[in-house]
Write a protein that binds this ligand. Sequence first.
Ligand SMILES: [Zn+2]
Length: 238
Amino acid sequence: MSQASRAAEQQAAQRGLLAELLREFAELWAIIRLGAFATTIPQWIAAVELLLGEYAAMSATLAGDYYDEERDLARVGGRFTFPMPDAPPREKVEASLRWATKDLWIPEQQAPAPIEERLRVAEDKAGGAAQKIVADVGREAVLAAVDEDPQAIGWFRVAAPNACAFCRMLAIRGAVYQSEQTADFQAHNSCSCTAAPVFEGQTWEPPADVAEWRRMYEDSTKGERNKLKAFRRAVEGR
Ligand SMILES: [Zn+2]
């Protein structure tokens, strides 16, 4: 199996974890009761915090096992211990969940959209934010490992086969080498992109689908000022 296909397999595993998270998350949504937001929203936040802690640990374990295996296969030698990340910070979780549910608090005098609709939107936003919190733990752990590991020279982004234009655009840029400035991992809510390490002696070769995205990007953005917009149109088949 090639480096690229192992990376795609890891991305699929992390994506599966996020899908599972969303199913459990949907069950917890029932904690929030109409007419009792002041008591039930804090209860819900506490329950989601626990859930995210569990999933973040699973994401970190998947990422760590993958990193160790890649390191073995690269035969770079030396000892390295994958830095297991902490649980997602409580403040980050709370801030995200409060942001996602803030429209539930709009007073009736301001004539907001019907509460059923705002509940639906809030659930969607909170689910996407929860997925990002978990996914961030796995991918940031890989970035931290690359940073600390003397034998790692960079990382590349792995996007899902059906990823959005934004993620594809970042994925086709290829590996970010440490000689360059360490770039942050840019991600939107619900994004399942992962980071894959590149070790001494390896070079990143784009797999067939990424090479195809690259061609599509070049074709669709030629002469366009807003490249992301043009690429998005092409990705969405408009
Ligand atoms: Zn993404």
